[in-house]
Design a protein around this ligand. Structure first.
Ligand code: F3S
Length: 404
């Protein structure tokens, strides 16, 4: 790989041990992917923050980088942690876990990483613009940043994202190169797209199809007449989970779609296919479910306002987690949404989510509107899952069929 003078100095250890280790990681990655050189990045998002995923080996790695003088050179935020940093007791987190999780967060803070723990950094101040080179790790956020914002990011791992933060560089390959951003296959949607879970189901259908096609990862979607931010974040999370994709184009909606002709190979997505995908994500009975969660990916303030409206004067009959970024929760506090939601018995779970928190074995069945949450609740936590539209998830929490 071609390195400039500053990158060579980093690699030679002239800017400290942590920077050297970070550059070694990036050069190794770049060599594997045949990158010609490095590209400067302006924003980083690091995944692998929950102690439940990191374990002792991950904490040791962070400690080594911090003691080696590592400091973030560009705006860097974190993915969700394994607990609400301020209110972990209310979520039933063990003190031993909380202590380890706090050590992880503190290590990042000492490296000048902003400890905003969220998978929707684009809702809380880490918002790259069109064409900006970034190094993000959370798969749903990478997909959103590439596709909806038009930024350029590969799907980084935890160590490579941290390395990008400490050097301000990432190897220039994959999504950073214009020629790799062309759509390869068209999906023609002939179905009603109204709710978040419709977009989640669409992500599953498209993602699974992509998985079955060798070397095809970038879909061009047509037939969707409109999609708001929340629907696009649902779709990003789902297509990234089920298809491993980092970029999609939706005709007349995402910014790069207009630059391309729709690929000739067209696959139709019917109403029936969506219904089938939804039914595949439901293997439990809502009446027997003992856990309800909204906020995968983390909720926007608009979604929290809706939950507050639906919970006004009601009482939940199941454990109900509202997962979001801390700054979004702070807006909810100011607007009085938090008071209404907590008066119902529902719990805010800021900084964390129902997938990365250590809750395996605590519940048997989850009600959610998220296709991604279904995938991990089933695979990681072995919960049964029930996929419902957003409002109906809230009704499930209060034990009502529909709003009564
Ligand atoms: Fe975010 Fe957790 Fe879902 S990190 S995308 S809420 S699995």
């Amino acid at each position: 790989m071609k390195l400039n003078a500053e990158e060579k100095a980093m690699l030679a250890g002239e800017q400290g041990k942590a920077t050297q280790k970070a550059m070694e990681i990036l050069v190794t990655l770049g060599t594997i992917y045949n990158a010609e050189g490095m590209v400067p990045v302006t924003s980083v998002q690091i995944a692998g923050v929950s102690y439940d995923n990191l374990g002792e080996a991950g904490l040791d790695f962070l400690t080594e980088m911090e003691r080696g003088g590592g400091k973030a050179r560009v705006l860097t935020t974190l993915n969700p942690a394994g607990m609400d940093i301020e209110n972990w007791q209310a979520l039933g987190i063990e003190p031993e876990f909380a202590e380890k999780q706090t050590q992880v967060i503190d290590a990042f803070a000492r490296m000048d990483v902003i400890t905003n723990c969220t998978c929707t950094p684009y809702l809380t101040g880490n918002v790259p613009h069109y064409g900006e080179h970034i190094a993000w790790a959370e798969s749903s956020a990478v997909c959103y940043a590439n596709s909806v914002l038009g930024a350029r990011s590969n799907r980084e791992g935890g160590p490579s994202a941290l390395a990008a933060a400490l050097t301000g560089r990432t190897p220039e390959y994959g999504m950073h190169l214009e020629e790799n951003r062309k759509p390869q296959i068209t999906f023609d949607v002939q179905a009603d797209m109204v709710e978040n879970d419709d977009f989640g189901a669409l992500g599953k259908v498209i993602g699974e199809k992509l998985q079955s096609l060798e070397g095809v990862t970038i879909p061009y979607v047509q037939g969707v007449s409109g999609a708001d931010l929340e629907q696009l974040k649902s779709f990003s999370a789902s297509v990234a989970t089920y298809g491993g994709t980092a970029l999609f184009h939706i005709q007349d909606i995402t910014p790069e779609a207009g630059q391309f002709e729709s690929p000739e190979n067209v696959i139709k997505v019917s109403q029936l296919k969506l219904a089938l995908a939804k039914s595949e994500m439901t293997d439990g009975d809502v009446n027997n479910a003992d856990f309800v969660s909204l906020g995968c990916p983390h909720l926007s303030i608009k979604e929290i306002a809706r939950i507050s409206e639906l919970l006004e004067g009601k009482h939940v009959v199941k454990e109900f987690w509202i997962t979001t970024a801390r700054p979004t929760k702070q807006i909810a506090d100011r607007m009085g949404y938090t008071e209404t939601i907590e008066a119902s018995g529902a719990k805010f779970a800021a900084d964390t989510c129902c997938v990365v928190a250590p809750i395996k074995g605590r519940f048997t069945a989850l009600v959610t509107d998220s296709a991604k949450a279904c995938y991990y609740a089933s695979g990681k936590n072995q919960f049964q899952t029930i996929l419902k539209p957003f409002d109906e998830v809230v009704y499930a929490a209060i034990g009502e069929e529909k709003g009564q």
